[in-house]
Design a binder for this molecule. Structure first.
Ligand SMILES: [Ca+2]
Length: 503
């Protein structure tokens, strides 16, 4: 099948059949621009992601919409900035009252009416709520296996993160329930067994793909991985195998699941009919030092609106359909929903979208439709608006601020102690010649930048005039009784929320 609306694309040797394409969306956590083998990390071991990069289209200028988890995920799944859906400020917690509003349309809900089988494994982080109101099963996913939020959101110091019995590094969040594993809407483990978790995910993916292909049903598989987020973990097959230590072993385990998914796509005969897309939710958590990720040549990391906070590695891989190569076109997680909708021939949700489809980039290696990217901080507000804007190769910072998540590197601008600063005129960088944001362009020395700044300001003003902030879901607060508990009647909570189960 030629994807609907993609008339001009260059198809190499694609078997044009009547079937709808399948989609596999891989989403890493707290992973930096410099963390992967193909992005020149010297000791990361990512053979499968490297293979995707070598045989797919690699993006150099790809952005998430937030430097932290929940808002970034809301934008990925809805094609809208998090400010519209209310997933701000910060992130959701185990007992959060709110979540991604059910009237938001996710990629899974875009595809389901066309007969797609939908499944997700891994980190949801878009709400749990009373009786699981906000779980993935309520947002278009037929099947779900995973932890509904970050796996450090529960005490972890007594848990095993690496075999045979290496305890998890640090304490994680104390004072709440231990981290649960959900199968659909049922808690099957609490606390989760980190050592065997990835095998469970990998088997879940294999079974889902096999089942859908046997039924000749098109499918959508979403795998947001926990691995590269603190505390890292891995099972027997990956522990001790990378030179990079715990972070490297965790990354290798994620990579091996990517390999298993590719193998299953091949074995089931659907590799040539499946778009595999890989990216990550936000930059590395530098405060974890050598146990955090690495943003490579980009400035700072998680929690900041510098490039290291939101610019991510990304790959589009479609065997025989998307020509391998590198694109410098500006793109975002916002663009994934419109792209998938177009490829499947599904109507777009009837709401204000912020994404544009990437058809021209994927199939023509063209420049695409996206001209600009807006950088919201962890705590967006109408008062401050966006902190920075990228237009073409230029980026203007109106506000800058450090973040605890990016503490400990030599660059003090990244640190929590660097307060909110307003810049007038804005700090301006040419990201093509200076991707590290080292050398700001002073209008006195560069008078041609006056018009560039004016264009950026006009764009910012019109964007902000069009932005309607949804009610803050995170601002609804938390209720400890809403935290998932495998034994709801037990006492005293949260300690009693434990169940002896095995996968
Ligand atoms: Ca994250």
């Amino acid at each position: 099948m030629i994807p609907h609306g993609a008339d001009h694309m260059t198809v190499q040797s694609y078997d044009i059949s009547a079937s709808l394409p399948n989609f596999v969306l891989l989403f890493a956590d707290d992973l930096g621009y410099g963390d992967l083998g193909f992005s020149a990390h010297p000791t990361s071991l990512t053979p499968n992601l490297d293979r995707l990069a070598a045989h797919g289209l690699r993006f150099t200028d790809f952005y998430s919409t937030s430097p932290v988890c929940s808002p970034s995920r809301a934008s990925l799944l809805t094609g809208r900035y998090q400010t519209r859906s209310g997933i701000y400020p910060g992130v959701l917690y185990p007992g959060s009252i709110g979540g991604l509003p059910l009237n938001e349309t996710t990629i899974a809900e875009v595809l389901k009416p066309l007969g797609y089988a939908t499944a997700m494994m891994g980190k949801w982080h878009l709400g749990y709520g009373a009786n699981g109101t906000y779980l993935p099963t309520r947002q278009g996913f037929d099947h779900y296996l995973g932890i509904p939020y970050s796996h450090d959101m529960g005490p972890c110091h007594n848990l095993t993160c690496f075999p045979p019995d290496v305890k998890c590094y640090g304490f994680c969040d104390v004072g709440t329930v231990t981290v649960p594993l959900m199968d659909g809407e049922t808690i099957t483990q609490q606390p989760v067994d980190f050592i065997h978790l990835e095998d469970a995910y990998s088997n879940f993916a294999t079974e889902f793909i096999r089942s859908a292909t046997q039924k000749r049903q098109p499918f959508f598989l979403y795998y947001p991985s926990h691995h590269t987020h603190y505390p890292q973990f891995a099972g027997w097959k990956s522990v001790g195998r990378s030179l990079r230590g715990p972070f490297g072993d965790a990354l290798l385990e994620f990579d091996s699941t990517v390999g298993n998914i590719l193998k299953t796509l091949k074995e089931t005969g659907v590799l040539n009919n499946t778009l595999v897309f890989f990216t990550a939710d936000n930059g590395p958590e530098l405060m974890r030092m050598s146990r955090g990720g690495n943003s490579g040549l980009l400035k700072c990391g998680k929690g900041t609106t510098y490039e290291g906070g939101m610019r991510e590695p990304a790959i589009a891989y479609w065997s025989g359909v998307i020509k391998p190569g590198v694109t410098h076109s500006l793109s975002s997680t916002l663009d994934i929903l419109p792209t998938i909708a177009k490829l499947a021939g599904a109507p777009l949700p009837k709401v204000q979208l912020d994404g544009v489809d990437m058809i021209d980039i994927l199939f023509n290696h063209g420049t695409g439709q996206r001209k600009a990217m807006f950088y919201y901080p962890v705590d967006p507000s109408e008062k401050y608006g966006v902190f920075a804007v990228r237009l073409g190769k230029y980026k203007a910072h109106y506000y800058t601020r450090g973040a605890a998540h990016s503490d400990t590197t030599p660059d003090q601008d990244c640190h929590f102690i660097s307060p909110l600063r307003y810049h007038d005129p804005p700090l301006l960088f040419d990201l093509e010649s200076d991707p590290s944001e080292n050398y700001s362009l002073n209008v006195k020395d560069h008078p041609d930048m006056i018009s560039v700044l004016q264009n950026i300001k006009d764009l910012k003003d019109s964007f902000e005039a069009s932005m309607q902030f949804g009610e803050s879901e995170i601002g609804k607060g938390t209720d400890p009784d809403l935290a998932p508990c495998c034994n709801p009647q037990c006492s005293p909570k949260p300690e009693c929320c434990r169940c002896e189960t095995s996968l």
